[in-house]
Design a protein around this ligand. Structure first.
Ligand code: NAD
Ligand code: AHE
Ligand code: ZN
Length: 413
């Protein structure tokens, strides 16, 4: 029991005062401890795709902490790629529902699991749907950017240990998508599926290097390796096709013909470096797009690129190649069940059919160079942003894809 005199004693009052204020004098440590999310599940906002063709549902989900060799990222920006819409349409043979879509994003590392050495808390990063482990047969081959380390589990919508890190508010598991799932405020990815970037690069812009821009640019400068003076035709003037155009222009191609069924794409194609634009639906009767392109190029093109995902376009792109050496690069993603065909004679007579994933770019080794090209104004990125929206407007962002002028809608959390 304290006596009254002691309680009223000035020195004790001082002590009481300093005791009372002391916690406030050291809040950063306590506050940090209280607020730190490291090692704990995080509740955050995400857009859940419950079934094909249905609008995404914005809800609170739980994102588990990263396990060994995993990284939890706070997504800052994400764009919507045509492939997200394709999977949502139900035409992706690997589509798993319910899931968190999104693969073109940028963010900041919130925490890392055990044994992660390549990124650290606070790093600015881009998730990579084409991983790079550096040690698998594919990575070591020097022949491809396709990495074998996590692709099998990635295609099944789970982390490399076969489990998921996402649950909805009812505790139901949600699948991952393309190893990225950027339509969530927080996501967990494998450490081989993320690259740290220059923190001065604006996250809003460089999220586009997570897919569309890198894919098209890389397809031109790596997969095809377009050379000065080559003739090029690009089918489909979306972000992927226009990035092929800028890659071909950077290599000083002599002719860059864009083929698109949407006349609205002519101006933007020329802004990105196209020398010609052809709408295949507006050719004189009896003339095919293959005839037209062969006529425009004295026998066919050195390189053609499909950036539509339409298998008839893929055939036309191959057949518009020059006999003996023309190469056609398939970039577009076709619906489940679709197949390509042509007369074998087309290949016998020297045309080559190739494909390109993520532009042949090795994300962890080569992303830094692309960011530098962007910073040095050698690579257009900002120009692809045709709309900016809040994350809550994600369904409107999917609708943007059909408005005829959309290249990329970038969402912000
Ligand atoms: P997008 O929808 O923005 O652009 C497609 C363009 O093709 C549009 O301008 C459209 O008008 C045009 N088009 C449609 N049908 C056509 C036809 N018959 N002939 C000519 N033009 C036609 O799409 P995007 O985001 O640029 O993606 C393009 C394709 O590339 C999609 O299939 C996407 O899934 C795929 N993709 C592949 C990779 C990869 O790594 N291989 C990466 C990203 C995207
Ligand atoms: N899941 C589809 C194939 C999808 C596909 O081809 N994806 C492209 C990237 S699209 C990015 O917007 C790709 O890189 N594929 C190679 C890979 O390893 O996924 C299907 O047909 O099953
Ligand atoms: Zn994509």
């Amino acid at each position: 029991m304290f006596c009254k005199r002691l309680i009223n004693c000035p020195s004790l009052q001082l002590l009481k005062t300093s005791f009372v204020y002391r916690p406030q004098a050291i809040p950063p440590i306590n506050l940090f401890r209280k607020m730190s999310t490291v090692g704990k599940p995080i509740e955050c906002k995400a857009a859940i795709s419950y079934k094909p063709k249905a609008p995404l549902v914005i809800d609170t989900i739980t994102v588990d902490p990263p396990k060994a060799h995993e990284v939890r990222i706070k997504i800052v920006n994400t764009a919507i790629c045509h492939t997200d819409a394709y999977t949502l349409s139900g035409n992706d043979s690997e589509g798993m529902f319910p899931c968190i879509l999104g693969h073109e994003g940028s963010g900041i590392v919130e925490s890392v699991g055990p044994d992660v050495t390549t990124v650290k808390v606070g790093d600015h990063v881009i998730p990579l749907y084409t991983a790079e482990c550096g040690v698998c047969k594919f990575c070591k081959s020097g022949k491809t950017n396709l990495c074998g380390s996590v692709r099998a589990t990635q295609g099944k919508g789970v982390m490399p240990d076969g489990t998921v890190r996402f649950h909805n508010s009812k505790g139901e598991a949600l699948y991952h998508f393309m190893g990225c799932s950027t339509f969530s405020e927080y996501t967990v990815v494998a450490d081989v599926s993320v690259v740290a970037i220059d923190p001065t690069a604006p996250l809003e812009s460089v999220c586009l290097l997570g897919c569309g821009v890198t894919t098209g640019y890389g397809a031109a400068i790596k997969t095809a390796d377009v050379q000065k003076g080559d003739t090029v035709a690009v089918f489909g003037a979306g972000t992927v096709g226009l990035s092929v155009v800028q890659g071909a222009q950077s290599r000083e191609a002599s002719k860059i013909i864009v083929v698109d069924i949407n006349d609205n794409k002519e101006t933007v194609s020329r802004q990105f470096g196209a020398t010609d634009f052809v709408n295949p639906t507006k050719l004189p009767e009896g003339q095919t797009i293959v005839d037209k392109l062969i006529e425009m190029t004295d026998g066919g093109l050195e390189f053609t690129f499909d950036c539509t995902g339409n298998v008839q376009v893929m055939r036309n792109a191959l057949e518009a190649c020059h006999k003996g050496w023309g190469q056609s690069i398939i970039i577009g993603v076709a619906d489940a069940g679709k197949e390509i065909s042509t007369r074998p004679f087309q290949l016998v007579t020297g045309r080559v059919w190739k494909g390109s994933a993520f532009g042949g770019i090795k994300g962890r080794s080569e992303m830094g160079g692309l960011i530098k090209d962007y910073q040095n104004k050698k690579l257009k990125v900002d120009e692809f942003i045709t709309a900016r929206r809040t994350f809550d407007e994600i369904n409107e962002g999917f609708e943007d894809l059909h408005n005829g002028t959309c290249l990329r809608t970038v969402l912000k959390f």
